[in-house]
Design a binder for this molecule. Structure first.
Ligand code: ACO
Length: 311
């Protein structure tokens, strides 16, 4: 159990582009089909469009409104993204300006693990005196996708999810966290300057299940809990089969895992907050529930956190 000054989520919001692209839409332009995509990935449709900053601003504005906070009350924007609008400046600067945030702004790039990395960093800031933070996960993978490459194009979607984190005296809601990386695997998922997203899907699949399970087990144990104490799991939404395999190995019933991949595809840094907000808005997350957030992504990176909802 962490002690000292902690944080509590007081507001949340998401933003996704209006444009829905179904599997049938994709099979009209490339050699793929709905049955293959659903069976191999669980994805039925995805939202495509917008910019990372535009989606982040929209999600951030909703989270602020929901928390009843104004931009001048926010000490920093922490933006998890792996598809920044530009190389320089950080996309968080555009978000800061767009929302009129009074405090600082910086990007965190840990690919699909970014939101949980950002959550950990944000709690560090709260522990050393920040009062309120806006944490956003936003990505537009569609902008770095070769729409003739079916091995990647069927997987990706765009979106953003945001939370307002407020400092509290005492441990707050974060019971445990861990972040990990193995840069010797960086060739498995990459996008060079000016290039397209490349991934070795099979190898990532194999590695992902292992790192997800190890990281999740470490987080649960360091929270002083057992797997049976976990009420809800919010995994990175890369592939339904990865989530199913991870649930089996962890011994978590699949109905405790939040799945939004059918609607959104892989939205990278946005995937965990999109799933978290879905759970909140469908009444699956009540005060006092133990929530496991767990993700993996390019790098390779991985990260998990256990929250006791509501602190
Ligand atoms: N439509 C139809 N057929 C396809 C498609 C497609 N879109 N893509 C591949 N195929 C074919 C292949 O050519 C192959 O045909 P063959 O047997 O004649 O050679 C067959 O389907 C099987 O292909 P595999 O690549 O073996 O399929 P697999 O079951 O491994 O599924 C997938 C591929 C979905 C990519 C899977 O490996 C996966 O999800 N991997 C993990 C991806 C992931 O998690 N990425 C992390 C992203 S995180 C981030 O940071 C962005």
């Amino acid at each position: 159990m962490l002690t000292g000054r902690g944080g509590v989520v007081t507001g949340w919001g998401i933003a996704v582009p209006d444009k829905v692209v179904t599997n049938d839409d994709l099979s009209a332009t490339m050699d793929t089909n709905d049955a293959w995509i659903v069976e191999r990935t669980g994805i039925r449709e995805r939202r495509i469009g917008g910019t990372t900053s535009g989606l982040a601003i929209e999600a951030g504005r909703r989270a602020l409104e929901h928390a009843g906070r104004t931009p001048d009350e926010i000490d920093a924007v922490v933006l998890a993204t792996t598809t920044p609008d530009a190389i320089v400046p950080g996309t968080s600067a555009t978000v800061q300006d767009g929302l009129g945030i009074a405090g600082g702004a910086f990007d965190v790039n840990a690919a699909c693990s970014g939101f949980v990395y950002g959550l950990s960093v944000a709690h560090g800031l709260l522990a050393i005196g920040a009062r309120r933070l806006l944490l956003i996960g936003a990505d537009t993978l569609s902008r770095i996708t070769d729409w003739d490459d079916r091995s990647v194009a069927v997987l990706v979607g765009d979106g953003a999810g945001a939370v307002v984190l407020e400092a509290v005296d005492g441990p707050g809601q974060l019971l445990s966290w861990n972040v990990g990386a193995d840069g010797s695997l960086r060739h498995l998922l990459k996008c060079d300057h000016g290039g397209y997203l490349y991934m070795d899907g099979k190898e990532i699949f194999r590695k992902a299940v292992r790192v997800l399970v190890d990281s999740a087990l470490q987080a649960v144990s360091e929270a002083g809990l057992t797997i049976d104490d976990i009420d809800l799991m919010v995994p990175h939404q890369a592939n339904l089969r990865i989530i199913t395999a991870a649930c089996q190995r962890l011994g978590i019933p699949e109905d405790k895992a939040v799945m939004v991949i059918d609607r959104y595809g892989n939205t990278s840094s946005a995937s965990i907050p999109l799933a978290l907000v879905d759970a909140l808005e469908t009444g699956r997350l009540e005060k006092g529930a133990n929530v496991l957030l767990t993700g993996f992504g390019g790098g390779m990176t991985w990260a998990s956190a256990v929250l006791r909802w509501g602190g």
